[in-house]
Design a protein around this ligand. Structure first.
Ligand SMILES: [Zn+2]
Length: 94
């Protein structure tokens, strides 16, 4: 029997409650696209709001902050973020 695909059983990391800086949705958990157990969110990691698609980063206290201009340039066209946006639109905009 093949092991379940990681996206079918994601590892959910609980976070201190915060709010999306664009839509205001409460964010209290995150899933790493690499789905590694020891890959918890850390300061400077990039995240995507699943409700509106806004791209942000985690601050020191794991609240959400806007990307710096340099970070925005670094993630522009990132295939993982594009895949998240496609999946999000399919799930939430249909
Ligand atoms: Zn949002």
């Amino acid at each position: 029997m093949r092991p379940a695909a990681p996206w079918r059983n994601p590892i959910i990391n609980l976070l201190p409650p915060s709010h999306c800086l664009s839509c205001g949705a409460q964010v209290d958990a995150a899933t790493c696209v690499d789905n590694k157990e020891d890959d918890k969110p850390a300061s400077g990691d990039v995240t995507v709001c699943l409700y509106c698609g806004h791209i942000m980063a985690f601050a020191e206290d794991l609240s959400l902050r806007e990307l710096t201009n340099e970070e925005a340039r670094e993630v522009a066209g990132d295939k993982r973020i594009l895949a998240i946006q496609r999946a999000r639109r399919k799930q939430y905009d249909s």
